[in-house]
Write a protein that binds this ligand. Structure first.
Ligand code: NAP
Length: 378
């Protein structure tokens, strides 16, 4: 990462990206490192944002310059402070008050050919600004699903904004960068179309049901998953199925199904009585999840099946998320760890689905997906 402002290119900011200058090494004029071509502002310095800050300090990010960083309370635009290895910690008690306009100004003054806002938050308020930023000539790279996987009007605004040349890097929103959205776009470019989609889109729910054998109580597994950092601090965020529904919406919309957020049927795992509790009380009452799930498991096992938390989209655009019995021969029955799985049946991948599978959560790979989208702009 470079956090040093380079002179000579100020005012050249534009959505168009020039071919990088290549210097030819001669005795008279030794090669000099090429100037950074991408200026970025990082919103969110939590688990994913923190991992991205580390990646920015590697040679892979040599052409990327960090000109601003923020958490929910503070921000920093000073080049010297942005270059600090303890930037993330410093933002907890040092820096300017939050003001997006100052961060955008830092991008404008960077002189870089491409100006990118990276959203590594889960903030709906920030996501609602993605389309405006794109319309103003910034590129947006995001791990935040709240716009593309939110209300249909937001998705439509996003489509309109990207039609003007702004690029929307969304690899990190689904499968933590597994090549799902890029593959889908490539297939569509070739005239192929998605017919059905099925899979396990949540690392935490994958792990829980890959482990669950009906003997260890589900609540004990859930506590373990939380301890390992596989779930959110409040595991209801995972168990509700809402995050899986957002990912299903993002894939379906990218495949041409203009689904509203209320068109995904979500069968969550949190009983009504546990939904409104504070986190601490919910965690004390986790064992209330055990009996219903044990009954579902026993029924499935009596038919030679296992339980998996699946997302499904059928050919008529019906979308559903929830717990499903699958036979041992089903691809999802053979998953392990926190793996995600996306099985795409298309016009041309028809006899057998195209299956994309692998780790679908984790800060390093998610940060890498963000960096990959940034580098694609240079
Ligand atoms: N963790 C993963 O493996 C993973 C994988 C794929 C996608 N994601 C997605 O990546 C995003 C970030 O996840 P995470 O695990 O890094 O979450 P996290 O650890 O909770 O971090 C969220 C960060 O966002 C900041 N933030 C919130 N509102 C903000 C605002 N208005 N302006 C600037 N910063 C703001 C928070 O600031 P404070 O510290 O001040 O609260 C915090 O630094 C989420 O959308 C998540 O769904 C995560």
């Amino acid at each position: 990462m470079s956090a040093v402002l380079d002179a000579g290119t100020a005012g050249a900011a534009s959505a168009a990206i020039p071919t990088p200058h290549r210097s030819i090494a001669t005795e008279a004029a030794p090669a000099v490192p090429a100037a950074p071509t991408v200026a970025i502002v990082l919103l969110g310095t939590g688990v994913v944002g923190g991992a991205l800050l580390k990646l920015l300090n590697t040679p892979a990010a040599a052409r990327v310059r960090l000109v601003g960083a923020a958490n929910s309370r503070r921000q920093q635009t000073s080049a010297a402070r942005l270059a600090s290895r303890s930037l993330r910690e410093q933002l907890n008690n040092q820096g300017d008050v939050r003001d997006n306009a100052a961060l955008l100004a830092a991008l404008d003054h960077s002189g870089a050919a491409a100006r990118v806002i990276i959203d590594a938050t889960a903030s709906t308020a920030l996501a609602s600004q993605h389309a405006q930023w794109l319309a103003r000539g910034y590129h947006v790279v995001t791990a935040n699903k709240a716009l593309a996987g939110g209300e249909l009007a937001g998705w439509r605004a996003l489509q309109a904004a990207t039609a003007n040349g702004g690029r929307y890097g969304d690899a990190a929103t689904v499968g933590a960068g597994l090549p799902v959205l890029s593959t889908l776009r490539r297939l569509r470019l070739c005239g192929d179309s998605l017919l059905t989609l099925e899979g396990v889109f949540s690392g935490s729910l994958s792990w829980l049901f890959n482990q669950y054998d009906g003997k260890t109580p589900f609540s004990a597994l859930l506590r373990e998953a939380r301890r390992l950092g596989y779930t959110e601090p409040d595991p209801r965020s995972d168990l509700s199925g809402d995050d899986v529904a957002r990912k299903l919406l993002i894939i379906a919309r990218n495949a041409g199904f203009a689904l509203g957020s209320d068109e995904v049927v979500v069968e969550g795992l949190v009983p009504e009585v546990l939904r409104e509790l504070d986190t601490g009380t919910f965690l004390e009452r986790l064992q209330e999840l055990d009996a219903p799930l044990a009954a579902r498991h026993a029924e499935a096992a009596s038919r030679g099946c296992v339980l998996r938390f699946l997302a499904r989209l059928n050919q008529r655009g019906h979308a559903r998320v929830g717990l499903v019995e699958v036979p041992g021969t089903h691809p999802a029955a053979r998953l392990s760890g926190t793996d995600n799985q996306f099985a795409l049946t298309t016009t041309r991948y028809n006899a057998q689905p195209l299956v994309i599978q692998g780790p679908g959560a984790g800060p390093e790979i998610t940060a890498q997906a963000l960096l990959g989208d940034v580098l694609a702009l240079s």
